[in-house]
Write a protein that binds this ligand. Structure first.
Ligand code: ATP
Length: 237
């Protein structure tokens, strides 16, 4: 069997006395979308940050295609083909759209030639139209497209997204989820942290519910309409 793109085995992350992630094991197969949902403080962002090397686990292991990345820096992990779209987008409002996209090239990964920004422009044509505008002049939905586009220019094999629909109007939410489907069609593996649980469950191949740093339940696409199941998992702390 092929090695999973990303694998967590019994991962523990602590901030001082706070155990943010406890004994978490999960796998994301090549080309899959896996969702991670749960109430505030469940450890979802910490899990993404641990995979990206922003925080290091105190125990357990994190593997990328079978090789441990547990002690690596974010730069080294980015060079191995991972990219993170952080919560809150973190775009530079005074820089132009194109300048923001160029910042995504800083990971220093070897690329396949051509204009690397085209990857973002093909998926989000509005970014090409507005490439000379300051990023701060874009709508919330367009800024999220820019944040995703900036991650894509490094041609990641695995994309980690932290609440990409946060604060967006309903139409913009739909377009973010549509974009994620398009990104999957390009063969990119996705680990998605989302507050919009039903959207995440409907999109992902599997969705894990995290509560109090622990994996409580795994949902399939067929559970997308089952709000009761999701709510009772959230309340199981
Ligand atoms: P949210 O949906 O609110 O973003 P989350 O599921 O992403 O929540 P985390 O942000 O990973 O949860 O937080 C998990 C736990 O770790 C919480 O108790 C939080 O207060 C704590 N925590 C997160 N970051 C830090 C930090 N830098 N220092 C100390 N504690 C932290």
């Amino acid at each position: 069997m092929a090695e999973p793109a990303v694998e967590l085995e019994s991962v523990e992350v602590r901030y001082g006395a706070v155990a943010a992630v406890r004994g978490l094991s999960l796998r994301v197969g090549e080309g899959e979308i896996v969702g991670l949902i749960g109430p505030n403080g469940a450890g979802k962002s910490t899990t993404l940050n641990a995979i990206m090397g922003v925080v290091h686990p105190h125990a357990g292991d994190i593997r990328l295609r079978g090789s441990s990345i547990r002690k690596r820096s974010p730069e080294s992990i980015a060079r191995r083909g991972l990219a993170l779209v952080p919560e809150g987008r973190r775009i530079f409002a005074e820089f132009t759209v194109e300048e923001n996209l160029r910042l995504g090239l800083a990971s220093g990964r070897k690329r396949n030639g051509g204009n690397p920004l085209d990857r973002a422009y093909e998926l989000f044509p509005v970014l090409r139209d507005f490439r000379r505008r300051p990023a701060g002049a874009l709508s919330g939905g367009q800024q999220q497209q820019l944040a995703i586009g900036r991650a894509l220019v490094s041609e990641p094999e695995v994309l980690l997204l932290d609440e990409p629909s946060l604060g967006l109007a309903p139409l913009a939410v739909e377009s973010v989820f549509e974009a994620l489907r398009g990104i999957r069609e390009h063969g990119v593996t996705i680990l998605l942290v989302e507050q919009r649980a039903l959207h995440a469950v409907a999109l992902a191949d599997r969705t894990h519910v995290l509560v109090g740093g622990e994996l409580r339940l795994t949902l399939n696409r067929t559970d997308a309409g089952d709000t009761d199941k999701i709510v009772s998992a959230y309340l199981s702390s």
